[in-house]
Design a protein around this ligand. Structure first.
Ligand SMILES: Cc1cc2nc3c(=O)[nH]c(=O)nc-3n(C[C@H](O)[C@H](O)[C@H](O)COP(=O)(O)OP(=O)(O)OC[C@H]3O[C@@H](n4cnc5c(N)ncnc54)[C@H](O)[C@@H]3O)c2cc1C
Length: 591
């Protein structure tokens, strides 16, 4: 089975040329983040991901995790990898320097995160959640809590989790029942949580759980939820680990994929907790973590598709089967046009997804670091608009691409031996956790489009039209890419106008059209980034820059996207404009 090689060249291209690193490098705090430094970090991370983390992927899948004497046991190789990871300071790469991180841009953090996720998705969830939890505590926690836990979390000595889900409260967090009662300067938290990723493990001596719970007398629904940091083991005044805190792991789930990631049922019984943020504002605080995690999970779609692509590409070069036009004798299957189609569709959509995810990461850096209030707000509006798209579209596309990767292997993809089946299974969770695709699509349509009357979307469209102008000046060479982008952008504009004009007439419209609108926006924004990539690649080729093969392939990839992926935008538009009537027509009994 071929091992993982991080696509560092493509990552650097996207960071430098599409997310515009040189602009981010000018922001206060990011003066050190030069292209040279970014390249060096990517190279080092690629080595760790490919040589150390990736070899643990299959054994994690096979061994899984188990509970022994009230403690989750993960494969021991995971612990060795984790040690190496934290010794290299990777856990805090994009965390601020004030709390012990390296203070590098989130954009660069995303690229290295993609590498960990490709290398071993199950294992990578542990640092992903820990970083999100640390961010929430840094943003909303009291100084006392920060000094108690943050340094250790950022260093990776302790990990973090996100405890939202309960049996009756999944997508609907209004139904959360866990309780918290005041106790001295803290709280006592009681309740049961399910599906908690890395809820327990034996890699570190403590785990800081971020738990949504209700204090008695709090309002019903999400307005009555507060957020608490609840350590697995109590923390002594001097910061050392104390007694057990009545946080127990009841069981781990047996599941379709990500076997190496313990998915835990957790019981909290009068466990000591620390309030994060204001009482009853817990969901807003949790959103700091969830938005970070949503981009991270969207990136998982990119990462697992990349791993599946590498495996399929290598197999297609080796597997000899049949004859192909222009070749004498039997050929490897990469010579068959339909296998080419599959590989091209994987390659171009992965590049598109990576570009969108990183570009949003770059907007997030600007939204936090730009000294100008107005510019910061504009950047944040773009992040808000595109976060559900990165999460929803990248993970939905990953379902298709990991399936195509399996298909390239023929029967060998269906058996476990090649690894293609594991990627297909592992990818399946990504559209479910961190808010299902339905929830992302409702967020996009409700909060991000209807609430501002389509303004953030209009600004996105005018940026896409700017790229159209650049394409117009580039002559015939990129004309196919230009017409594909125009077609897609027109479909997006028409669909959003249709939604704005019709949603008040029928309350089912937003929900009925939301998935297709999300996929439409992802498809178009992906094509837009591919068009920008083709423009940059043309510039490099014209200037005689090295890496000719890479830039030529980039343009071909953008052409394929324009020809074979962008036409989907028209289909999504048709589906949006069909509204909700047929979707809602059958009675319940007719199903
Ligand atoms: C492996 C794994 C790891 C997880 N990790 C964590 C974790 O670390 N922390 C944590 O708190 N949770 C975690 N979860 C829980 C996960 O976030 C939930 O499973 C998810 O939010 C969906 O909730 P649910 O399973 O209750 O499905 P439900 O909410 O019951 O949804 C079922 C179906 O109905 C749809 N649906 C529900 N409500 C609506 C609506 N209003 N509009 C349209 N469609 C709707 C959903 O999209 C879905 O298709 C994990 C789950 C799994 C399986």
């Amino acid at each position: 089975m071929s091992e993982y090689q991080a696509p560092a060249k493509d990552m650097l291209f996207v960071i430098r040329d599409l997310a515009e690193l040189s602009e981010i490098n000018k922001l206060p705090g990011f003066e050190d983040a030069t292209a040279d430094l970014v390249e060096a970090v990517l190279e080092e991370a690629a080595q760790l991901a490919g040589e150390v983390i990736a070899p643990t992927n299959v054994l994690g899948d096979v061994q899984g995790t188990r509970v022994e004497n009230g403690q989750v046991i993960v494969p021991r190789e995971f612990t060795a990898v984790y040690r190496q990871f934290i010794e290299g300071g990777w856990g805090g790469i994009a965390q601020s320097a004030e709390i012990g991180g390296q203070g590098l841009p989130y954009l660069l953090g995303l690229a290295v995160e993609e590498m960990w996720q490709s290398a071993n998705l199950s294992w990578s969830l542990c640092p992903l959640l820990s970083q999100g939890a640390a961010r929430a505590i840094e943003t909303h926690g009291t100084d006392a809590l920060k000094s108690l836990v943050l340094e250790k979390m950022v260093a990776g000595e302790w990990t973090g989790t996100m405890n939202l889900t309960e049996p009756q409260a999944g997508s609907d967090l209004a139904a959360v029942r866990s309780q918290a009662v005041p106790d001295g300067d803290g709280y006592r938290v009681t309740g049961q949580k399910i599906f908690i990723t890395w809820g327990d493990h034996d890699m570190t001596e403590n785990v800081i759980h971020l738990v949504l719970a209700r204090v008695s007398g709090a309002p019903e629904g999400v307005r009555g939820l507060s957020l608490f940091a609840v350590p697995k083991n109590q923390i002594n005044g001097d910061g050392s680990v104390g007694e057990h805190n009545n946080v127990t792991v009841v069981s781990v789930e047996h599941k379709l994929g990500i076997h190496g990631s313990p998915t835990c049922v957790m019981a909290f019984e009068d466990a000591r907790g620390y309030l994060i943020g204001e009482l009853n504002k817990g969901l807003a605080c949790m959103f700091t973590m969830m938005n970070h995690a949503r981009l991270g999970v969207g990136l998982e779609g990119v990462a697992i598709s990349e791993r599946a692509y590498q495996l399929a590409r290598d197999y297609a070069k080796e597997r000899v089967q049949g004859r192909a036009p222009g070749h004498s004798g039997r050929v490897s299957i990469i010579h068959h046009p339909d296998v080419r189609r599959m590989l091209m569709s994987m390659k171009c959509q992965i590049e598109a997804m990576r570009s969108v995810a990183y570009v949003v990461g770059g907007h997030l850096d600007r939204a936090h670091h730009d000294p100008d209030d107005k510019r910061r707000a504009g950047q944040m509006a773009r992040v808000d608009l595109l976060t559900p798209v990165v999460k929803g579209w990248c993970t939905e596309t990953a379902q298709l691409l990991t399936s195509v990767g399996l298909q390239v292997h023929g029967g060998m993809g269906y058996v476990e031996e090649t690894g293609a089946a594991q990627y297909f299974r592992d990818a399946r969770i990504t559209t479910i956790y961190e808010g299902t695709t339905s929830i992302q699509a409702l967020d996009l349509v409700g909060r991000k489009i209807l609430r501002d009357g389509g303004q953030a979307c209009n600004e996105l469209v005018s940026d896409i039209r700017e790229t159209d102008k650049e394409l117009a000046q580039s002559g015939d060479a990129l004309s196919g890419i230009r017409s594909g982008l125009k077609e897609g952008c027109d479909a997006l504009v028409t669909s959003v106008e249709w939604l704005l004009a019709n949603h008040e007439a029928d309350a089912n419209i937003p929900g009925a059209v939301s998935f297709n609108l999300l996929m439409l926006m992802g498809t178009v924004v992906g094509g837009w980034q591919m068009a920008r990539a083709a423009l940059k690649a043309s510039e490099y080729l014209a200037s005689g820059a090295p890496d000719k093969d890479f830039y030529e392939a980039k343009i071909i990839s953008a052409c394929f996207y324009a020809e074979q992926i962008m036409p989907l935008a028209g289909a999504y538009q048709r589906a949006v404009e069909s509204g909700s009537a047929t979707t809602m027509s059958l009675s319940e009994d007719q199903f």
